[in-house]
Design a protein around this ligand. Structure first.
Ligand code: GLN
Length: 307
């Protein structure tokens, strides 16, 4: 058998069965829900789906609604971590937040209370709220601009702040996130219990193509910072489903409540996915199903020593 280049293999394997997988996943997603706590997220078309693979060698492949724009929401969390580790360094970051998994939901106050106000990892709301304050800048908008510009410049993505989405997020009280910020401040992990920066960076929006481009910043996986971020995504990226997904799929993956998902195939490619219907844990049903199928094929190539 000819030895194929692994990134191209991943792209090749995706093509033929993809539509069958999407049909199966959409059947599953019938029971899924759009999030209701952000009014604008509740109005999107739940049947949309998109996938984009970008290999580290530059090859790309996409299918579905690859031009749909959605807010990254929690998918921004590993990218916030990457930015801060690269620009401020490990010491400042790990003074604020830990690296331990959690079996409780992403916004669990019970977890934060059990940890006495210490945010146990940057993929939880507590960890990302604590870290958002470290972005250089004197206002939430300046901080959000910094992160946006850094990501866009490095990856050639075109993330834009979705001001309508931000207004929608801020039009409703989010008492849980507010309580998280208060508890963090009480424990000394946040100077000012504000959510403005966190809310703004969650509303950085783009397409699956942007997501895959940005993901390539993590996919090269050569530097220890990327390995650290990928490790945390692997153990903490999908909330309560993280451990099971790490076992079956094995790719560092981060989901957001908008239905966006970013998966890293270390050394090979980044995969951006979008489909808004969520399971009970808050993860995109179609996106995770597609990743499971892609990973199965990828493993079968590995086991034939296709590399
Ligand atoms: N901004 C959202 C929130 O804090 C992000 C959560 C998510 O995507 N899981 O509720």
């Amino acid at each position: 058998m000819n030895k194929a280049n692994p990134p191209e293999s991943l792209i090749e394997i995706a093509q033929a069965p993809l539509l069958t997988w999407v049909e199966l996943a959409q059947a599953d997603a019938q029971n899924g829900k759009l999030p209701s706590y952000v009014p604008q997220l509740a109005t999107v078309d739940g049947d949309r789906w998109a996938v984009q693979i970008q290999a580290v060698n530059g090859a790309t492949w996409g299918a579905g609604a690859t031009d749909d724009i959605f807010p990254l929401m929690s998918v921004i969390k590993p990218l916030l971590l990457l930015f801060l580790l690269e620009t401020l360094g490990a010491e400042q970051v790990w003074q604020r937040v830990g690296q331990l998994p959690s079996d409780l939901p992403y916004n669990s106050l019970t977890q934060l209370e059990a940890d006495q106000g210490w945010p146990r990892n940057p993929m939880l709301n507590s960890g990302a709220i604590a870290l958002a304050e470290l972005i250089p800048g004197s206002t939430a908008m300046e901080r959000c601009d910094q992160l946006q510009a850094w990501l866009n410049q490095r990856s050639r993505a075109n993330l834009q702040l979705d001001l309508g989405m931000l207004a929608s997020v801020e039009s409703v009280e989010n008492p849980i996130n507010q309580a998280i910020a208060q508890r963090l401040a009480m424990a000394g992990y946040l100077q000012s219990p504000q959510l403005a920066t966190y809310n703004a960076i969650c509303c950085l929006a783009g397409t699956v193509k942007d997501l895959a481009r940005i993901g390539c910043l993590l996919a090269a996986n050569s530097a220890s910072i990327q390995q650290t971020v990928n490790q945390i995504m692997l153990t903490c990226g999908l909330y309560e489903q993280s451990a099971a997904f790490a076992q079956t799929v094995g790719w560092p993956t981060k989901s957001g409540v908008s239905g966006g998902v970013l998966a890293i195939v270390p050394g090979e490619a980044a995969i951006g996915l979008y489909s808004p219907k969520l399971d009970a844990t808050g993860n995109s049903i179609v996106s995770l199903f597609l990743l499971e199928q892609l990973a199965k094929f990828h493993r079968s190539l590995d086991s034939k020593d296709y590399k």
